[in-house]
Design a protein around this ligand. Structure first.
Ligand code: AMP
Ligand code: ZN
Ligand code: FE
Ligand code: FE
Length: 295
C-alpha cells in the first residue's frame, strides 16, 4: 500500500453482479480517486476479480482486495456478510457460489411468474437482455442475474418508473412479487469465507432492521460466536450516530471495523466511489496487515 494515500473503499460492486462498471474500470476509477485500497465485493460471485487484478497491476499505488458479499438467512431484515481478502480460486468457495447461482436461477422465474399474475408479463430473455445492456454486452461468464436486472427489464417495459419503484412496489423484500431464495445460515456464510481465507464482516448493519442497540448487541454476540470478525461501521447508509454505535459495539465485542461505499455505479447514482471517506486508521488493526499490507 502506498503510504501517501490514506483512504480506502472496502465495499464495491462491478457488473459481475449488479454494478454498472467493468471490474477494470472500477479499479481505474478507484486509482483516479486517489484511494490506497479498493475491495471488489460482488454479490455471490468472484467472476470480476481476475479482470480487476489485471487492471490493478497497472496502478502500483492502489491495493486491490479480492472480496465477495454473501447473503445469509436472517428472519426480519437483510443480512449480508462481506468476505475480504478471500482467495478467489478457493474450491470450497467455488462450490458455494455454484449453489448460490442455482438458488437465484431457481428463484428468478418464480418472480417473473408473480409479476405475470399481476399483469406484468416479462420473459427471462428480456431480463437477460437488460443485464447485457447494463454491462455493455461485456459481462464476464458467471455474471449474477438478480433482482436488479429484473427491475431493469420492468423499467424497459414501463412497469416501473425507477429501479427503486420496482423494488418498493413489487420485488423488494415482502412485496407482492417477492420470492425469497435459498441462503446459507450466518455460520455457514462465515465459514465459507474463512475457508476461502477471508475475514468475515457484517455489511451495512442498518439493513438488519434491529429495534434498538440492546437487540443489535445480542445479534452481534451470536454472530461473534459464529465467527464474525468485524463490522462495517462506515458505509454510505450509516448515519454518524449509527457509525458511533457500531464502532463502540465492535470495541466491546473485540471485533474490528471496516468501511466502504457499496458503490454500484449508475444503478445507485447517489453512492459515490470512496464515499464516505474511510481512512486506513479506521480499519481494524488486525485487518490492516492482512488486507492492506499496512501496520
Ligand atoms: P438478489 O440478490 O437478486 O435478490 O438482489 C438483491 C440486490 O438488489 C441487493 O443486494 C441490492 O444490490 C439490490 N437492491 C435491493 N433493494 C434495492 C432497491 N430498493 N433499489 C435498488 N437496488 C436494490
Ligand atoms: Zn448489489
Ligand atoms: Fe449488501
Ligand atoms: Fe453491497
Amino acid at each position: 500500500m502506498d503510504r501517501s494515500r490514506r483512504f480506502v473503499d472496502l465495499h464495491t460492486h462491478s457488473w459481475a453482479s449488479d454494478g454498472s462498471l467493468a471490474p477494470g474500470e472500477l479499479v481505474r476509477q478507484a486509482d483516479q480517486a486517489g484511494l490506497a485500497a479498493v475491495a471488489l465485493t460482488d454479490h455471490d460471485t468472484v467472476a470480476g476479480i481476475a479482470e480487476a487484478q489485471t487492471a490493478a497491476a497497472e496502478f502500483p499505488e492502489l491495493t486491490l482486495v479480492p472480496g465477495i458479499e454473501i447473503s445469509a438467512i436472517f428472519p426480519h431484515g437483510t443480512l449480508h456478510i462481506l468476505g475480504l481478502g478471500i482467495d478467489p480460486d478457493s474450491p470450497v468457495l467455488a462450490q458455494a457460489l455454484a449453489d448460490f447461482k442455482d438458488a437465484r436461477d431457481n428463484r428468478n422465474p418464480l418472480i417473473l411468474q408473480k409479476l405475470a399474475e399481476l399483469g406484468m408479463t416479462l420473459s427471462m430473455d428480456e431480463v437477460l437482455a437488460a443485464a447485457r445492456r447494463y454491462s455493455n454486452n461485456q459481462q464476464p461468464a458467471g455474471q449474477i442475474i438478480g433482482r436488479v436486472h429484473i427491475a431493469q427489464a420492468m423499467l424497459a417495459r414501463g412497469f416501473a418508473r425507477s429501479i427503486n419503484e420496482a423494488f418498493d412496489k413489487y420485488i423488494g423484500s415482502g412485496k407482492v412479487a417477492y420470492v425469497d431464495k435459498e441462503r446459507l445460515t450466518p455460520r455457514q456464510a462465515i465459514q465459507t469465507i474463512h475457508n476461502a481465507g477471508g475475514v468475515a464482516i457484517l455489511a451495512h448493519p442498518p439493513q438488519l432492521k434491529y429495534e434498538n442497540s440492546a437487540q443489535l448487541l445480542r445479534i452481534l454476540q451470536e454472530f461473534t460466536q459464529a465467527g464474525l470478525d468485524g463490522i462495517e461501521a462506515y458505509h454510505s447508509d450509516n448515519s454518524p450516530e449509527q457509525t458511533r454505535l457500531y464502532v463502540d459495539l465492535a470495541h466491546k465485542l473485540n471485533m474490528g471495523t471496516t468501511g466502504g461505499s457499496d458503490f454500484h455505479g449508475s444503478g445507485k447514482p447517489h453512492v459515490r466511489l470512496g464515499q464516505p471517506r474511510v481512512s486506513v486508521s479506521m480499519i481494524g488493526q488486525r485487518f490492516r496487515r492482512k488486507l492492506l499490507g499496512a501496520e
